[in-house]
Design a binder for this molecule. Structure first.
Ligand code: DC
Length: 220
């Protein structure tokens, strides 16, 4: 089985590029962030602070996640409900980052993630795929961009959707999430020593995509 691990901070374009590349290569795209988001959503819905580690751990036995692939698109079901759209709210991104610092949550998701990579060729995106989940991945990529470049892109995306946002707020959110994801004790966001670093700060989407595709194709 071939596995491609793509890690990096929020907003570096991982999921958009990984999804498209997986379709072109005929691999299954696995979005591990969606799993943390589903747990974050469950905590918020139950009035539990995502950062309350014992509180969230106590919820885990009530949580059942199912992942399905429909025409190459991942759907995630939380106790039978398709929450693929609900988990995309900004607030749930922050909740996901909160629950992701919890070692019990990480342990809860690890086997699901590894099992997916055992059964098919995958392109898996997350924060700790190359370091923890798939240390023997065929190819490891660390896809990153400066916080400013990521905030620019996110700001434009939100504006296009008609959201009333301010650039400073978007940048602050990105910086807060980076800080939270990279300073936690459990599987922090960091580049694996054998990962190829791709910095897209000065590249547009098509240029970034071509570089990513080329880098991976040279190694599989
Ligand atoms: O990629 P994303 O924005 O959907 O991820 C949501 C949060 O989940 C992010 O703040 C960090 C966390 N996450 C993680 O800790 N490990 C992963 N493999 C994937 C996501």
């Amino acid at each position: 089985m071939i596995s491609v691990a793509i890690d990096g901070p929020s907003g570096a374009g991982k999921s958009t590029m990984a999804k498209r590349l997986a379709a072109e290569l005929g691999y299954t795209y696995v979005d591990t962030g969606a799993m943390y988001r589903a747990i974050g959503l469950y905590a918020v819905r139950h009035g539990v602070d995502p950062k309350d580690q014992p509180g969230v751990e106590a919820l885990l036995p009530e949580i059942h996640l199912d992942i399905t692939m429909e025409e190459g698109t991942q759907h995630i079901f939380l106790n039978g409900e398709d929450v693929s759209a609900a988990i995309r709210a900004e607030e749930i991104g922050m909740a996901a980052s909160g629950v992701a610092a919890n070692p019990a949550v990480r342990a809860f998701l690890l086997e699901t993630q590894r099992a997916l990579a055992r059964s098919r060729d995958v392109l898996m995106d997350g924060r700790d795929i190359g370091t923890v989940v798939l240390p023997d991945a065929t190819v490891k990529i660390f896809l990153t961009a400066s916080a400013g470049a990521r905030a620019d892109r996110r700001y434009r995306e939100l504006k296009e959707k008609g959201a009333a946002v301010e650039y400073a707020g978007v940048l602050a959110d990105i910086e807060r999430r980076d800080e939270q994801d990279s300073t936690r004790a459990a599987a922090p966001l960091r580049q694996a020593p054998d990962a190829v670093r791709i910095d897209t700060s000065d590249l547009d989407f098509e240029q970034s995509f071509r570089l990513l595709k080329q880098t991976i194709q040279q190694r599989i």
